[in-house]
Design a protein around this ligand. Structure first.
Ligand code: FEO
Ligand code: CA
Ligand code: CA
Ligand code: CA
Length: 555
């Protein structure tokens, strides 16, 4: 309740004095300012409670299907030009939109992560052909197609379009030099080459983007240690290290990008692992709390609390003991077991997974996206699945910090909802709250397991987008509202500042393709008939009703 009163500007109350556009929340991880329930008139609350959503049935169709009341158009797809030299990268994930001028929510910069590549489409390399050897030219093409894109977009007559050649359009790739935000060099360097495996992300209070390096080992391999702490290199799947011997220790970080300059930095203090996302909250004294999860089976959930205003360098990284509700400090100075096993704090951060296990962190079932409930302040974490522990369908974990304080060191953790046929979804991944505080969720069943009769996922068919309404008779139930093209997952849901557009990535359509002449998907149905990852805008009457937006316009 304290959280509610202290932080919330009433969207409807603001609208009633003539402003139509809700401002960004100053705390981050959420895209929109929510309606305060206390400020809702009985009439408007009644209307929100009466919204009826038609369930979309599971589908195997190779198309982007939407429930009644929603429509979509494609904003940008793989290979589209953003200027005379650059093109949009592959396998788009996290999206984040920032208006250039806060008074105009229909013109701004879209950041998009490019997580990984399908070699057959991107470089022409056939990983299924034992005779083929990857060339440096092919690796260069693959390196160009990961990282991120900044592109200016505008909405004109309901259609979002890219502004080609805008001076702010740019690519960040696996070949872009990036500074380390740390005083000690890592593997002898303070500036490293590139960012890759950019999965989900976040936004900082001053509107810079955070992009998270997840499965870096797919591209650069990893350093592994035996029982005697002897290091060796574990080879990558894509084999880039054959041409570029960039140390794996330069990847697996949270990266911040300034959209106006393209300058990037890696935040070492947040630890090194398969970062899915980074969700921030700014405390009243301007210190930052950052939640971030390690999306690997039996890995952990972390929280960084800064000691200085606005810093992602000075502060302490904690890891969650969800059994006892404690945040445990990954601090070399104060933890004797870390002193015994590592030489300094930099090594603790580089080998955060091992350090977390040494101090008793709880193993989780692949923590993916994290969002802060804008109404209650509770933290929601998708745990996508863990086959090692027979958790095939995953769940959403809810954390309530003690006394609602984001810098608390104790908390309560409960399962909010479990995946499975009973609740109609499996493998939760990305989360986003809309203006009214309804929770939107995407699923990520793996392409190799989807739509197979002998697998546990057959009933769910293609990956989908769901909404969990906050109000009315469907409150708390999971409703499928969109179905993805074949082999694809929806990623990167992000609401525009006016709450009317849901930006959404369609990642890896046709991922299971092994013969380019016979792609398993042809979405988005271009003339060249190969599948292309793309970012779409989802709009429509249903979003407007779920958020009471038509009433705002009428004021
Ligand atoms: Fe890139 Fe954990 O999803
Ligand atoms: Ca994900
Ligand atoms: Ca999210
Ligand atoms: Ca995933």
């Amino acid at each position: 309740m304290e959280y509610n009163r202290r932080k919330f500007i009433s969207f409807l109350g603001t609208a009633s004095i003539g402003l139509v556009i809700p401002p960004f929340l100053s705390n981050c991880g959420n895209t929109t300012t929510p309606i305060s329930t206390e400020a809702l008139s009985n009439q408007r609350l009644k209307e929100l409670k009466n919204v009826r959503i038609e369930h979309l049935l599971p589908s195997e169709q190779d198309d982007l299907l939407l429930t009644k009341g929603l429509e979509y158009h494609t904003i940008i797809k793989w290979g589209d030009r953003i200027n005379d030299k650059d093109t949009f990268g592959f396998n788009n994930d996290f999206t984040c939109f920032i208006p250039l001028d806060s008074s105009n929510p229909k013109d701004g910069l879209l950041w998009v992560n490019h997580e990984n590549i399908h070699p057959l489409f991107v470089s022409g390399f056939n990983a299924h052909s034992p005779q083929e050897t990857k060339t440096i030219e092919q690796v260069d093409q693959e390196m160009y197609n990961v990282g991120g894109t900044i592109v200016r977009i505008r909405e004109e007559e309901g259609q979002w379009k890219i502004v080609n050649n805008d001076p702010l359009n740019r690519r960040i790739t696996a070949q872009t030099p990036i500074q380390l935000n740390w005083d000690t060099p890592i593997k002898g360097q303070t500036s490293v080459i590139g960012t890759l495996s950019n999965c989900s992300g976040g936004i900082k209070p001053w509107n810079t983007f955070l992009t998270c390096e997840e499965n870096y080992n797919d591209f650069v391999g990893d350093t592994v240690y035996d029982g005697n702490n002897k290091a060796s290199h574990k080879a990558s799947r894509h084999g880039w290290e054959a041409f570029y011997a960039h140390p794996p220790e330069h990847y697996g970080w949270v990266v911040e990008v300034n959209p106006m300059t393209g300058q990037a930095q890696k935040h070492i203090a947040l630890g090194r692992f398969a970062h899915e996302c980074c969700t921030l909250y700014e405390l009243e004294d301007k210190r930052i709390v950052a939640y971030t999860g390690d999306d690997k089976r039996n890995e952990h959930l972390y929280k960084f609390i800064s000691s200085q205003p606005g810093s992602l360098k000075e502060g302490t990284l904690y890891v969650a003991d969800t059994t006892n509700g404690k945040w445990l400090p990954l601090d070399w100075e104060s933890q004797s077991v870390l002193k015994e096993n590592f030489t300094n704090q930099t090594e603790v951060l580089i080998r955060a997974r091992e350090a977390a296990k040494l101090i008793g962190a709880t193993e989780l079932n692949r923590p993916e996206d994290i969002e802060i409930d804008p109404v209650t302040g509770n933290i929601f974490i998708s745990l996508t699945n863990n086959k090692d522990k027979n958790d095939f369908h995953g769940s959403i974990l809810k954390i309530e910090e003690d006394n609602g304080a984001f810098d608390a060191l104790t908390f309560t953790a409960v399962t909010y909802i479990s995946g499975g046929e009973e609740n109609g979804f499996s493998c939760p991944d990305n989360l986003a709250f809309d203006v009214a505080g309804n929770l939107w969720m995407t699923s990520d069943m793996s392409g190799s397991a989807m739509n197979k009769q002998d697998k546990p996922y057959s009933a769910f068919k293609n990956n989908s987008l769901f909404v969990i309404p906050r109000y009315g008779k469907d409150a708390g139930t999971v409703i499928r509202v969109a179905s993805a093209p074949r082999d694809a997952e929806f990623t990167g849901p992000w609401f525009s500042p006016d709450g009317k557009t849901l930006f959404l990535s369609v990642q890896h359509p046709g991922e299971q393709t092994t013969d380019i002449q016979k792609p398993t998907s042809t979405w988005p149905f271009d003339t060249d008939t190969i599948p292309k990852p793309a970012v779409v805008a989802i709009q429509g009457d249903l979003i407007e009703k779920l958020n009471n937006l038509h009433k705002i316009e009428a004021v």
